[in-house]
Design a protein around this ligand. Structure first.
Ligand SMILES: NC(=O)c1ccc[n+]([C@@H]2O[C@H](COP(=O)([O-])OP(=O)(O)OC[C@H]3O[C@@H](n4cnc5c(N)ncnc54)[C@H](OP(=O)(O)O)[C@@H]3O)[C@@H](O)[C@H]2O)c1
Length: 304
């Protein structure tokens, strides 16, 4: 039974909506709102308390792109949690392709490295008990509708995954959607490797699907933001994307429904919305254990 959940990036978009939906579920006693900005965190807590009438939210300061902050958050988490939702992420903000002191790009740090360290630290401290859910993306298999190519890896070696981490895989770019897909792909492989290493925990990669009404595109350059937001509005009218309630519901499905298997990656069966399906049945490389272990080991290289 899931009674306590830690959500990263909980002050906006899908993370905040997931917190709201969780609070409405019977049996949920505690929700930790993992946020980097104390003012936004307070505002979100207040809004969630008002919307749900529940006083079960607690703020935990965490910047997932800063490993010191990640380790501190794991340490200061006052009690173990039944579930972790690794939701913070997206396009990485201004300077998404710049390297940080760990030798990874900012977009990699926020979407993958920080969550990898957070999960490891929680497991080491015996503070994660049942489910680890990662916010995957259809971008991991390419999104034709939005002009995102399928990540084309040549060898899926450790070195190639390291190159996704330090950005040399795709080189200089001003377009955050270029690294985004390969990083989400690598994250799904890392999750599968973790599932085989920690069999007591269910590791589920779940894409929320193309979701409007979040702040995900706000850090893109103005023209790209305008194009992407416009495209989302048109696609919403055509029923090809969905609202934040539906996206966050997918997280809850992944947490509570054991039919979502450990180590598997779920995303829209077709397009960017609608029923989800196991992606390993659509593209088999996601089930390749060597690739999964290589993705895992590439992450370890950045932690030395
Ligand atoms: N929306 C979609 O269509 C879609 C589709 C597939 C996957 N996803 C994935 O779903 C997740 C949530 O997306 P969203 O659309 O809800 O995005 P969003 O509205 O931009 O919300 C992102 C949340 O993450 C937080 N965050 C960003 N960087 C952080 C950091 N370094 N440390 C801690 N928190 C950080 C943000 O906090 P601040 O307010 O402080 O910036 C915000 O609370 C992302 O992982 C995204 O890749 C989204």
């Amino acid at each position: 039974m899931i009674e306590s959940v830690f959500i990263t990036g909980a002050n906006a978009g899908l993370g905040k909506e997931a917190a709201r939906q969780l609070a409405e579920k019977p049996g949920i006693k505690k929700i930790y709102l993992g946020c980097r900005n104390p003012r936004k965190a307070q505002d979100a807590k207040k809004e969630l308390e008002q919307a749900t009438g529940k006083r079960i939210f607690e703020i935990l300061t965490i910047d997932v792109s800063d490993l010191k902050s990640v380790r501190r958050a794991a340490e200061t988490l006052p009690a173990s949690v039944d579930a972790l939702i690794m939701n913070a992420g997206g396009t990485g903000g201004q300077g998404f392709n710049q390297l940080n002191s760990d030798g990874v790009t900012r977009i990699f740090a926020v979407n993958l490295l920080g969550h990898a360290v957070l999960t490891e630290e929680l497991l080491k401290a015996n503070k994660l008990k049942q489910v680890a859910l990662y916010a995957g993306s259809e971008a991991a298999r390419g999104v034709e509708e939005m002009g995102m190519k399928r990540p084309a890896l040549k060898s899926s070696s450790i070195e190639e995954f390291v190159s996704i981490g330090n950005g040399s895989f795709y080189g200089p770019t001003k377009d955050a959607t270029t690294p985004y897909g390969p990083i989400k792909y690598m994250a799904a492989l890392w999750m599968s490797a973790m599932a085989r290493q920690h069999t007591q925990i269910r590791f589920v990669t779940m894409s929320p699907g193309a979701t409007t009404g979040t702040e995900g595109f706000n850090t893109l350059p103005p023209l790209k933001r305008y194009v992407m937001k416009g495209m989302m509005q048109v696609m919403l009218m055509l029923g090809k994307v969905h609202k934040v309630e539906t996206g966050a519901q997918r997280y809850l499905d992944g947490l509570f429904n054991p039919r979502y298997k450990s180590g598997a990656f779920y995303a829209s069966k077709k397009g960017l919305t609608g029923p989800v399906g196991e992606q390993g049945k659509i593209f088999s490389d996601i089930n390749n254990e060597t690739y999964q272990d290589n993705a895992y080991m590439a992450i370890q290289r950045f932690l030395k």
